[in-house]
Design a protein around this ligand. Structure first.
Ligand SMILES: [Zn+2]
Length: 399
């Protein structure tokens, strides 16, 4: 841990961040805020404004942003954690801490599917989901929030099973289609049960990701009616464009674009959503760890890819990984708004980028440099060990 947890230290914790050069809100309707100062009290945003208009006295931590950009901490809508900061998929440890160095402060499990010996019987599926939910709620590598415990539906599950899971605190289903249920009618029935007990759902869209996984086409996706169309750009094998269009037009559910998917299909989905005036449906994930490995910079890479090749203003692309996801997933972070969690990433253009500004550099396809991350009002990392070096970085000027 980089710092003491204010909830445990007793006294009020007041974080003041001044000299913010560009404030990215995460809100599509107003992606840039006219403010240079943020105050957070006990891990929550308390004030946003110009320095002269905000009460900056009595700070327990003061940060000089040094003119760099501040955005909400990035959210990865699609990860496959297993236990702790370890993944057996590619035998890596500390992959979550590495993501934090890529600006990701919140992750949502799409199923703990890489668990060696993953149980497929109903009681085993439920037990593992509750275990993972509890374990990740209690263990946050360097503060990263992992919403784990995402059961993958199996044949034979009853309404009572979903009620049990909901009552036990399970909030998300793993990808429909990675278990025994691969048909539309059964999926639809279970997804509706899950929703009834407060559990959000997602689905594996497209061809098999690894041996043992299967094809889920547009008919199953539309019939299952999950809250999120998981990796609509495939994981990696994408559906044909006409099927992607059918899904976009056939429902109002979330359209998730992942790093470990087909990039052309991601751009096709983005263009379709833009034509429909529904960019609020676009959210981002990495779908890692997976066969393609672990991508600490995956969300930053998606932002730059969609902004540059998808001709999308960079400040809008940032919303796909922050406010859009927070709203769709009912998270208390992801937006620069009073009352939200004080989870931030400080970004500047990478050294020697051809872009004149951070936003310009992203539009040119370069990755932003991360200079600091904050979760719940606590500094977690300073200059990223993983991104290209930021030109300027914030500094802690006082405790
Ligand atoms: Zn998948």
């Amino acid at each position: 841990m980089a710092a003491e947890d204010p909830q445990k230290s007793g006294g009020p914790n007041k974080l003041v961040i001044k000299n913010i050069g560009l404030l990215l809100s995460g809100d599509l309707s107003r992606p840039i805020l006219e403010a240079d100062t943020i105050v957070a009290t006990n891990g929550r945003i308390a004030a946003i404004g110009r320095a002269r208009d905000v009460d900056v006295g009595g700070a327990t931590t003061m940060i000089d942003a040094n003119g760099v950009a501040l955005a909400p901490g990035l959210i990865d809508s699609h990860v496959h954690p297993v236990a702790g900061d370890w993944t057996p998929r590619q035998s890596q440890i500390n992959w979550i801490d590495s993501y934090l160095h890529g600006g990701v402060t919140t992750m949502i499990s799409a199923g703990e599917v890489h668990m060696p010996g993953r149980p497929r019987d109903v009681v085993g599926v439920k037990a593992m989901a509750i275990f993972a939910q509890r374990a990740f709620a209690a263990f946050r590598p360097n503060g990263v929030k992992i919403h784990g415990g995402a059961p993958v539906i199996e044949t034979g599950m009853s309404e009572e099973d979903f009620r049990d899971l909901g009552e036990a605190g399970v909030k998300y289903l793993g990808e429909v289609g990675l278990g025994g249920v691969k048909d539309g009618p059964t999926a639809r029935k279970m997804v509706a049960w899950a929703r009834k007990y407060g559990i959000q759902s997602t689905i594996h869209t497209g061809g098999p990701s690894i041996p043992g996984s299967g094809l889920i086409d547009k008919d199953v996706v539309l019939e299952a009616d999950t809250d999120v169309v998981g990796h609509i750009n495939g994981g990696h094998t994408a559906l044909p464009d006409e099927q992607i269009r059918c899904i976009c037009e056939g429902c109002r559910r979330g359209l998730e674009l992942v790093h470990n998917g087909n990039e052309r299909a991601a751009l096709y989905t983005l263009r379709t959503a833009k034509e429909m005036g529904q960019l609020d449906r676009i959210i981002l994930g990495t779908d890692a760890p997976a066969g393609s490995g672990v991508q600490p910079l995956g969300i930053l890479r998606m932002i730059s890819m969609l902004s540059s090749l998808g001709e999308m203003p960079a400040e809008i692309a940032v919303c796909f990984a922050t406010g859009n996801t927070a709203r769709m997933r009912n998270l208390d972070c992801g937006l620069i708004e009073v009352g939200r969690a004080a989870d931030f990433v400080f970004l500047d253009k990478a050294q020697h980028s051809a872009g004149n500004t951070l936003l310009d550099s992203i539009r040119l396809g370069d990755l932003a440099g991360v200079g600091m991350t904050i979760i719940d009002g606590i500094v977690r990392t300073q200059r990223s060990r993983n991104t290209p070096p930021a030109t300027r970085v914030p500094v802690i000027v006082g405790h």
